[in-house]
Design a protein around this ligand. Structure first.
Ligand code: HEM
Ligand code: HEM
Length: 140
């Protein structure tokens, strides 16, 4: 079960990063064009991968030896251990929240330009947070 979720979380990370980069580039390129239902679907792909990855990460947190079971004062002093028990989960939660806010704002806003801007700003912020908290030592 642990190995399965570890691979799922590791593999979904590629799809999520690709989905968010694609949505971001699409919004930047289309900025001055009308916002269509296709534009919304492109943003939806990034959102769905973000939500699935979050749920996978949450499960992994409770079954991985690097997750909740490793939580201790000693582990807090160690850089890599602290990344997995605290920094990675918390910052990824904020990153996924940014992407969700960007998508919901996009749905609510009325002007096409503002819709694209919502994706550019919030997906961009989410991407930066995700890139900063990926454990590059062990991934890809
Ligand atoms: C949503 C964006 C997220 C991304 C892009 C992401 C990405 C990654 C990547 C690339 C790894 C390394 C996987 C490997 O090759 O072993 C990893 C590991 C891990 N992630 Fe995430 N993660 C995300 C969210 C979360 C969340 C929300 C949690 C917990 C609540 C979490 C918990 C963990 C844990 C515990 C590990 C260590 C797994 C192990 O090796 O035992 N992740 N994450
Ligand atoms: C802890 C688990 C989850 C939480 C807290 C969560 C939260 C949310 C929130 C707050 C929204 C609203 C965005 C809006 O205003 O439109 C949303 C939308 C959405 N979520 Fe999640 N989600 C979770 C898991 C998932 C999973 C596992 C999936 C996919 C299998 C998913 C798919 C979607 C989709 C497709 C939408 C957009 C619906 C639309 O088009 O408006 N979510 N989610």
């Amino acid at each position: 079960m642990y190995t399965g979720f570890k691979h799922l979380h590791s593999g979904l990370a590629y799809l999520l990063l690709a989905g968010v980069v694609f949505a971001l580039l699409y919004a930047i390129i289309s900025k001055n064009k009308p916002f269509t239902s296709g534009s919304r679907k492109v943003a939806l792909i990034g959102l769905v991968f973000a939500h699935i990855q979050f749920v996978a990460g949450l499960v992994l947190y409770f079954i991985s030896p690097l997750g909740a079971s490793n939580f201790s004062g000693e582990a807090m002093k160690e850089r890599t251990a602290r990344l997995f028990i605290l920094e990675h989960p918390v910052m990824m939660l904020i990153a996924v929240a940014c992407i969700t806010v960007g998508y919901s704002r996009m749905k609510r806003l009325s002007s096409d330009k503002k819709k694209y801007n919502s994706i550019i700003i919030y997906y961009g912020l989410g991407l930066i947070l995700m890139l900063s908290m990926i454990p590059w030592k062990i991934w890809p």
